[in-house]
Design a protein around this ligand. Structure first.
Ligand SMILES: Nc1nc2c(ncn2[C@@H]2O[C@H](COP(=O)(O)OP(=O)(O)OP(=O)(O)O)[C@@H](O)[C@H]2O)c(=O)[nH]1
Length: 207
């Protein structure tokens, strides 16, 4: 299997979304497995933790960028995007405005990151509040497709499992992208051997 040596950089995750979409609750749920309702923090927070994924120990750094920072400090937003390897884009299904913020944030990610497909998971939060729903699941799925990211609807308040799954999916995307491309030389050699064998065989048949 793959071995991530101690020199490997932590996987850096940026959590973005409009105010009240549940970014802090999501991060805290992932770190502590608990749902803690109210916070009052205006500054960005970096959480450090680790997970074992497919037999690899992976160190994580998770940056929770409050909407106030996202809005008032565009330079800070851009440098945070540069810093990150992967993105959790959050909105609340009970607030269409938070959904409408997503394309702008994703466009900024795409503009700032020059990688072909910045690993991104679109998270529709607050699925427990069905009565207050303003954004359908289908709308979320369609937007995710348009923006080329994967999609998960969940409730940070209700369960830890959906949150865990969203983070793990994102981490897998990041690790897959970081893995070296298959060794091209050995790949070419394999192809050549196969071709040679085929040619030899057909020659044998001909002669
Ligand atoms: N019912 C319900 N409430 C939630 C859920 N997730 C978060 N909340 C609540 O939504 C509110 C906003 O959550 P936060 O985590 O502070 O949101 P935020 O995105 O960090 O907000 P900013 O710091 O303004 O960017 C809080 O009152 C949370 O308790 C959820 O899944 N269901």
């Amino acid at each position: 299997g793959e071995v991530r040596g101690p020199s490997m950089q932590p996987v850096k995750i940026l959590v973005l979304g409009a105010g009240d979409s549940g970014k802090t609750a999501l991060c805290v749920r992932f770190i502590t497995r608990r749902f803690i309702g109210e916070y009052d923090h205006r500054r960005e927070m970096t959480y450090r933790c680790s997970r074992t994924l497919d037999h690899e120990d992976v160190d994580l750094e998770i940056l929770d960028l409050p909407s106030k920072v996202q809005e008032s400090l565009p330079a800070s937003l851009e440098s945070s995007i540069c810093w990150a390897d992967g993105f959790l884009l959050l909105y609340s299904i009970t607030q269409r405005l938070t959904f409408m913020e997503v394309p702008r944030l994703k466009a900024l990610i795409d503009k700032t990151k020059h990688s072909l497909i910045p690993p991104t998971v679109l998270v529709a939060n607050k699925a427990d509040l069905e009565v207050g729903r303003e954004v359908t699941t289908e709308e979320g799925q369609t937007l995710a497709k348009d923006l080329r990211c994967s999609f998960r609807e969940l409730s940070v308040a209700e369960a830890a499992s959906g949150v865990e799954a969203a983070f793990l999916q994102l981490i897998r995307f990041v690790l897959d992208q970081q893995r070296p491309l298959p060794d091209r030389r050995s790949y070419m050699l394999t192809v050549r051997h196969a071709l040679t064998r085929k040619l030899t065989r057909s020659k044998t048949m001909q002669w």
